[in-house]
Design a protein around this ligand. Structure first.
Ligand code: NDP
Length: 420
């Protein structure tokens, strides 16, 4: 019986909100608030037509402004806030939640919109030297809220999408039920979907292209090892998809898992990409279109990557045209009862099935469902404790049950092919 405020109404939010409405025992009232209220109203009308009993309302909000957020939260008085806007807004929304004494949930860790900002850059460069990885996003900004959330008796649950999110829950589940010691974790994210465009991204283009064009990295014996972008390539045969090229990327759950499972010797993350995607991305990068630094164009200030975003297909519009499946999961090696063991825990999701159910493609679906699950577990008090947490820090069992119940059934393969 809780009242939820969702911030953002893009591809992921639209799935998360519709899934919350399928879980009307937990979420009785829900406000959709975003920059463009017309999108919130359209979604509200669609859900109301489906006969959902959840009481919906909408609002416009500038989530870059703590004052705006505080005003909205104080007027709606939610029990919990789900942030499915952009990672740029994580800190302002966390600040507003602290001020209004509300639990906070998100799906992606903080990164700044302007990576040329000198104040941020100084901290970033120090962190690159100290930690040894150069990604623009890292957990330090949000982990710094630990004491404040603890003192306020509030929960912040970070990164409850698929990866991070479900992949971290898979790790907690493997550690609880399958291993005494985990030696290695390989997180594999395979999207075998085809949308028919020469180039498009499956979630927010700005965030996606920043992530993919950055240096790769993995953790070995507690230390980061950094690679050039796309330097490490492997080929893997994915159940439900087939053989795909995949590349080692830096990814945020490596940082959290490295901290929370310090005995794991190596943690890597691989994502599949087709050649056409990589060629387009390299070309755009080479001509400066992935830059986040504002430039002056005929008297107007524009940010190249934001201009590119305006040209690319909206990820939320890819649903009707995307066919094929995703396969995302984790391969673990280690020991149980003195014996060597390896398992692959994964989910296969079909783009067209997602579209039929909610009007979305599988990337939004596989992120939006876990966003709802994490929020429901916090709202019901099952995953509630004071402080700032990632999804690997709670009992994985109720989350794993809800994945099966809400459209992301998982499989444990006890004899997977390993990645060399
Ligand atoms: P979209 O760009 O589709 O949606 C973002 C939404 O946030 C839009 O509705 C946008 O409004 C709104 N928004 C942006 N800025 C503001 C602002 N200042 N104030 C209020 N609202 C704002 O992104 P996605 O749905 O693809 O992604 C959402 C989040 O999910 C991102 O943080 C992304 O990194 C994360 N993600 C996580 C994954 C995981 O597995 N953990 C995987 C995929 C995504 P408007 O409509 O006006 O543009």
């Amino acid at each position: 019986m809780s009242r939820l405020l969702v911030i953002g109404c893009g591809g992921v939010a639209q799935v998360a909100i519709q899934k919350c409405c399928q879980n009307s025992e937990t979420f009785t009232e829900l406000m959709i608030a975003s920059r463009t209220e017309s999108k919130c109203i359209e979604l509200k009308e669609k859900i109301e037509k489906s006969g959902s009993p959840v009481k919906l309302s909408t609002a416009t909000v500038n989530a870059d402004s703590k004052e705006d957020l505080v005003k909205l939260i104080n007027s709606y008085k939610p029990d919990v806030v789900l942030n499915v806007a952009l990672p740029y807004q994580d800190l302002t929304i966390m600040d507003a939640c602290l001020e209004c004494k509300v639990d906070y949930i998100d799906t992606a860790n903080y990164e700044p919109e302007d990576t040329e900002d000198p104040e941020w850059r100084a901290i970033y460069e120090k962190r690159c030297k100290e930690k040894g990885f150069t990604a623009y996003f890292d957990y330090s900004w949000q982990w710094a809220y630990e004491e404040r959330f603890k003192e306020a008796g509030l929960t912040a649950l970070l990164g409850t999408g698929f990866d991070p999110g479900v992949t971290s829950v898979f790790t907690a589940y493997a550690a609880k039920h399958y291993f005494d010691e985990i030696d290695t974790i390989d997180i594999l994210d395979c999207n075998g979907g085809d949308h028919g465009y020469p180039f498009a991204t499956n979630f927010n283009p700005e965030i996606n292209l920043r992530e993919v064009s950055a240096n790769g990295s993995y953790m070995e014996n507690g230390k980061w090892v950094e690679t050039k972008p796309m330097e490490i390539k492997r080929v893997y045969n994915f159940e439900g998809v087939g053989e795909k090229d995949m590349y080692l990327l830096h990814h945020e759950e490596i940082e959290a898992l490295g901290r929370n499972f310090p005995n794991v010797k190596r943690i890597r993350f691989f994502m599949t990409f087709g050649q056409s995607y990589l060629t387009h991305m390299k070309c755009l990068e080479n001509v400066g279109m992935l830059s986040t630094a504002p430039i002056n164009f005929e008297g107007h200030e524009i940010v190249p990557i934001q201009f590119l975003k305006a040209l690319l297909p909206d990820p939320a519009s890819l649903g009707p045209r995307t066919v094929g499946k995703t396969n995302i999961g984790c391969i673990f090696t280690g020991r149980k009862d003195g014996k060597e063991r390896k398992i692959y825990i994964y989910n296969v999701c079909d783009h067209q099935e997602c579209y039929k159910e909610l009007g979305s493609q599988a990337i939004s679906y596989t992120t939006g469902v876990p966003a709802m699950i994490g929020t429901a577990l916090v709202a019901k008090g099952i995953w509630k404790k004071p402080g700032v947490f990632t999804t690997d820090q709670f009992d994985p069992d109720p989350y794993m049950d809800m994945l099966n119940q809400y459209g992301l059934p998982w499989v444990v393969d006890e004899n997977p092919v390993l990645v060399d």
